[in-house]
Structures are given as C-alpha cells and as structure tokens.
Design a protein around this ligand. Structure first.
Ligand SMILES: [Zn+2]
Ligand SMILES: [Zn+2]
Length: 150
C-alpha cells in the first residue's frame, strides 16, 4: 500500500496517510488543520498520476535518504577519524554506498512537496529537475505531467 506524507500548510508538520476513496480530509495531528485531499483509483492502487493535495501532475523521484542521519554519521566519522587516522571516513564511504543501495525511492510533488512511498509506477517518474522546480515553485508553471522540453 502506498504511504503518503503531506506537508501541513499551516505548521509544516508531516501528515501521514494511506489513500482511501472515502477519505477527503487529512487531519494534522499537530495544529488540527484540515487538509482537503482527493484520492482516486490510481492512488488506491499505489500509482501516482495526480497529486491528491494540489492536483498537479508533476513529480520527481529521489532516494529516501534522511539528511539529518547523513550529517550525524559524518560528524561521528569526523570525530573518530582523530583516533583512526581517517579510516572512519573510508568506513563511512562504504557504509554510505551500501545504505544508498538499500534505500528505496520516494516520489515527491514539485508543487506541494507531498511524499509518496511504495509507488508502483515509480519507473515512470523522472528524477529531480532544477529548471522544472524553479518554474513550478517560483512562476507557478503547470507542466501537466509532461517532461521539460526546450
Ligand atoms: Zn499542522
Ligand atoms: Zn501536490
């Protein structure tokens, strides 16, 4: 089953939901904001074609990597390197490679930053594109799911 994490527009907290056709509101546990959502058959079947939050069709995929964890590991390696003459950095590098392989990919909505995990049609989702992101976020351009062409 697909897992969706909305970003609360009021307080910025993550709102975790699983799609269901009966649900049309996602509740924020932190500030009790009610977020209108639109689920369809695709979502219930773990396919992502329209965003249930902003109804856009522009998504990218990225590694489900926790940035904070990455920074923490780097700091630990940096401290340990004083005693290990830098070997901890090599260990971290290998650990990073292994971790990177193990991690799944998430799909992200450019417009509203909603996260989708366990997506079936992830192979159809392109990687992050800076130009698309700038145009969607800053100029409110709607690509309607079509990749950027020049
Ligand atoms: Zn909230
Ligand atoms: Zn969206």
């Amino acid at each position: 089953m697909m897992e969706i994490t909305f970003t609360c527009p009021e307080c910025g907290s993550g709102i975790h939901v699983t799609p269901s056709l009966e649900a049309n509101i996602a509740n924020c546990d932190i500030c009790e904001h009610k977020l209108p959502v639109k689920f369809n058959e695709d979502h219930v079947n773990s396919n992502i074609k329209d965003c249930p939050c902003c109804e856009r069709k522009d998504f990218y995929q990225q590694k489900d990597f926790n940035r904070k964890l990455g920074v923490l590991l780097f700091v630990i390696a940096a401290i340990l390197s004083i005693w290990t003459y830098g070997i901890s950095f090599i260990v971290l590098y290998i650990f990073d490679l292994v971790l990177y392989k193990l991690l799944g990919n998430v799909v992200v909505c450019y417009k509203c930053n909603t996260l989708f995990r366990n997506v079936n049609n992830i192979s159809e989702i392109p990687p992050f594109d800076h130009e698309m992101n700038d145009r969607i976020v800053y100029s409110d351009h709607d690509f309607e799911g079509k990749p950027l062409t020049h």
